[in-house]
Design a protein. Sequence first.
Length: 227
Amino acid sequence: MAQPLMPHATASWLVDQTSLSFEQIANFCGLHILEVQAIADDTAATKLTGRDPIRAFELTLAEIDKGQADPSYSLKMFREPEAVTRTKGPRYTPVSKRADKPDGIAWIIRNHPEVSDGQIGKLIGTTRTTIAAIRDRTHWNMANITPKDPVTLGLSSQRELDAIVAKAAKAAGLEAPVDNRLEGDRAALISQLRTERDDATKLAEQIASGEVDRPLLAGGIVDPFKR
């Protein structure tokens, strides 16, 4: 069943302006009857400003009159509220993170110059004018802009950033960048683990052949890996 666009505010108006039963209001607004009771008793968690469903074309006065005349009557919606759709344009960014946008833009411009202004705008949720100002260093706050990874700033996901960089690199005929920052550490770790494994195997063989005694830990516990 269709519900008003603002069910709690509509319920508040109906409680104050009509003699409809709490059950009728609850059914029409898609609320629990106890929520309507709380609104009527002014004990709801949030103070509400009533919303007139007649002016919103969700109810007619005639329909309200029918409900007031018959407590068992279920109110019928006159016109369903229009669904809110996402329009084309820059992606939404929380207010708390909007100040970080210039830093994220500057980072992409510096590290991935092949990414177009249109791609940056779509990823970060900004305008071409802002991007151009940062690119040519005429932005009004340029002195305070510090390039920072947009993923770290929470402006995009790593997957989104990687996808745009790869697409831009392909369009520019470049090889997509590969993150090799951990390669050296990974190789060193693998080498260390192999060495420790070989040492442990060699020690076990020496203990088994009697070449060395099995070492003891504190309390007389055998340490199988210590020479």
